[in-house]
Design a protein around this ligand. Structure first.
Ligand code: NIG
Ligand code: FE
Length: 424
């Protein structure tokens, strides 16, 4: 008999989202639904998932085990946010207001605003101030069900401030419950001081910043904003190849506005994921659907920028691509902290089924971060990351809008949110 230290008993529904990971095609419609389910963990790992009868046969709760009553609740894996620009300072409220008056996101960028506004603000703040900002955001993400979050640098755009962002992420990883996956994105934009010497900035990244980030293990992934006005295809290739050589895993922001071959390059180089894809081409869809590169769709961007165009989720899913959803939390194009809202946008704006959206926010998002062996599903041996929602059934994850149903969050076997409030 196995010994459990935490048990959730008699959940109305439990979605295990069990693998194999990643899920594609018909498997995306399977969420591993169990009714009247019991789940138990020991030392932060899942040791049992099943019925009450099986539980009583197989599991022996420790004397001081905590037993949570799951009646009336729906349980699912802690949500995984596979794409955020977490460590930034300031906000872009004024630019938001300008957009409402008719300026486009790209026009603002061409005026020296956009990402550059946030670069100025992020360079100005101290490490402690930046950390406080991120801590508050992570708390909000957790309350909305995210237990693993990727975090990109990319608003420093110089040696000191890129490292500052990544060090803040590293420190926060040990100080609060959400697991963080750091990505170095010095190639988010060309900084103003290098406008006329793009090559020199790329060389600074390749020769100085990237080797140090790698050597200090400050980031696991490398990401590039591939767009004609930011890094063109040739520059993206140069940066991506250098990153792979240094041992980074690769992500690419591609086809957000103008497709220039970023998706095709990501597939060719075996990137773990390619993100945005609002304007992916038919050739891009074809290549991506036959690859192991995950398509990370960010429906918050089309919503927040009020674009009619959306990423072609249905076509990607129907052709067997690996589809994940993420928030793209950032101050300019998706100021959005709730993965539950992302799941809902996946359903309402990308026409995904609830089951597909759930898998895209859990198991496939974990795959996009190369964390599929640890999180994203509730299976024996994986991290005990579970959220309990006050809903009549899992369909209401998408059906019921505007109320946060997350009551309890368990992270690595510890209750970190109770009755909708953080446990300190
Ligand atoms: O993923 N596309 C590039 N980067 C972010 C936006 C950054 C910003 O506007 O500050 C994105 O959408
Ligand atoms: Fe992004």
């Amino acid at each position: 008999m196995t010994c459990a230290d935490l048990v959730v008993a008699g959940l109305d529904q439990l979605l295990t989202c069990g693998g194999p990971a990643p899920k594609t095609g018909p498997a995306m419609r399977e969420v591993g639904l169990l009714e009247k389910a019991w789940i138990a963990g020991c030392q932060g790992k899942v040791i049992f998932v099943g019925s009450e009868k099986e539980f009583k046969e197989k599991v022996n709760p420790a004397e001081n085990a905590r037993i949570i009553d799951g009646r009336g609740l729906v349980g699912l894996p802690g949500l995984v946010d596979a794409h955020t620009h977490l460590p930034f300072a300031g906000n872009r409220e004024r630019e938001f207001s300008l957009r409402l008056q008719g300026y486009t996101y790209q026009q603002l960028a061409a005026m020296g605003l956009g990402i550059q506004t946030t670069v100025r603000a992020t360079r100005e703040v101290s490490r402690e101030e930046l950390k406080d900002l991120c801590r508050k955001r992570l708390r909000a993400m957790l309350l909305n069900g995210a237990t693993t979050v990727e975090a990109k640098s990319g608003y420093g755009l110089n040696y000191e401030d890129e490292i500052k962002q990544l060090e803040v992420v590293r420190e926060l990883a040990g100080e609060q419950p959400v697991s963080l996956v750091p990505t170095f994105m010095g190639a988010h934009e060309i900084p103003p001081e290098y406008r006329t010497e793009r090559k020199a900035y790329i060389e600074l990244l390749i020769n100085r910043v990237m080797p140090e980030v790698r050597q200090r293990r400050l980031a696991e992934f490398f990401d590039i904003f591939c767009e004609p006005t930011v890094f063109n295809l040739e520059e993206t290739r140069q940066l991506a190849e250098a990153a792979l050589k240094l041992g980074f895993k690769l992500k690419i922001h591609a086809d957000e506005f103008i497709p220039i071959g970023g998706t095709e390059l990501a597939v060719e180089l075996g990137a773990r994921s390619v993100e945005h894809l609002i304007n992916i081409t038919p050739e891009g869809i074809e290549k991506l659907s036959r690859s192991r590169t995950a398509a990370v769709l960010l429906p918050g961007v089309s919503f927040f920028l009020m674009m009619d165009k959306k990423a072609p989720a249905r076509e990607l899913l129907d052709r067997g691509a690996i589809v994940a959803l993420a928030s793209d939390f950032n101050p300019g194009s998706s100021h959005l902290l709730s993965m539950l809202f992302v799941l809902q946008l996946g359903v309402f704006t990308l026409r995904m089924t609830v089951e597909e959206a759930v898998n895209a926010c859990t198991i496939n998002a974990a795959y996009a971060l190369d964390r599929q062996d640890r999180c994203g599903s509730l299976e024996t041996g994986k991290d005990f990351d579970l959220i309990l929602c006050d809903l009549p059934s899992y369909l209401s994850l998408a059906y019921e809008l505007g109320r946060n149903p997350v009551k309890t969050v368990i992270k690595a076997g510890r209750v970190v949110v109770q009755d909708g409030h953080p446990v300190s």
